[in-house]
Design a protein around this ligand. Structure first.
Ligand code: IP8
Length: 265
């Protein structure tokens, strides 16, 4: 691989309507696929969240805590299938915009231990990157060596992939402009913080508002905490609002964009 990859996450709150079960936001998916194509960044790894596809089913079957009873087995299958459905829509949009994207299903290449990634098959992803292909992964129901199964968030994947492939940066596309001093959805006085250090993030001083809808992987703060290992590896993270046109494009192009930069130094 010639250059260090960029890891881009598209949040479930952006590509789905988190308040309506299994409802994709096709306009957003289409627009973002076009922005990714136009930005033409390579190497690029794409990860997306579960939104109203993965989370409600994982919650219904109480999968986040692992295997407890046989009835959950169906929930495992259903959660994975729901994620493949959402992923299918993302892939369709990417391919229709000529992005050379290839699906890498986490349920087939990741095993967790007590919810944390224990092993991940990286060779095919590395080869894809070398070939100029864009691997597309997503939060998924995966097998867990201690608990039977687990729900792996896209954010844990982002951090792990960024570290394993020595990424130059992470871009997180969510449904708010970045990290705020207060919850921006309920406080008009909330101010966007343009720069956050790793120490500040660790101290949980900053609140961030994400979706209030079902999220079995810990909501926006949980997502931010997942980034800590990548930040410790000096991988800079930029949080932008992917519901607003051109924010992801500008982030990918390294242009000036509204958002929050989180970095170690
Ligand atoms: O939306 C979780 O991924 P996330 C995916 O990135 C499932 O937290 C299956 C709930």
């Amino acid at each position: 691989m010639k250059a260090k990859p960029t890891v881009l996450k598209l949040g479930g709150s952006v590509i789905t309507d988190k308040n309506k079960p299994a409802t994709a936001n096709l306009d957003a998916i289409e627009r973002l696929a076009n922005e990714i194509f136009q930005a033409n960044v390579s190497p690029l790894i794409l990860v997306h969240g579960g939104g109203s596809f993965g989370h409600p089913i994982a919650k219904k079957y109480n999968l986040a805590e692992g295997y407890e009873k046989p009835a959950q087995m169906f929930g495992f299958s259903e959660t994975h299938r729901a994620m493949t459905q959402l992923n299918g829509l993302v892939m369709e949009a990417l391919l229709s915009h000529d992005v050379t994207a290839v699906v890498v299903a986490p349920s087939s290449c990741v095993v967790t231990k007590a919810g944390r990634i224990q092993s991940i098959e990286l060779k095919p992803i590395k080869r894809m990157l070398d070939m100029g292909l864009v691997p597309v992964l997503y939060g998924d129901a995966v097998l867990d060596s201690q608990r039977g199964f687990a729900i792996l968030s896209g954010d844990q994947l982002v951090s792990s992939l960024a570290i394993n492939f020595g990424a130059s940066r992470i871009i997180l596309g969510g449904d708010v402009d970045g990290l705020f001093t207060e919850d921006p959805k309920s406080n008009a006085s909330a101010e966007l913080i343009r720069h956050v250090s790793l120490e500040e993030l660790k101290s949980e001083k900053h609140k961030i508002e994400g979706s209030k809808a079902t999220d079995v992987t810990g909501g926006m703060l949980g997502k931010m905490q997942e980034l800590i290992p990548a930040l410790e590896h000096d991988i800079r993270t930029l949080v932008v609002n992917a519901t607003k046109p051109l924010r992801v494009y500008k982030a990918l192009k390294r242009e000036e964009v509204i958002g929050t930069i989180i970095e170690k130094g």
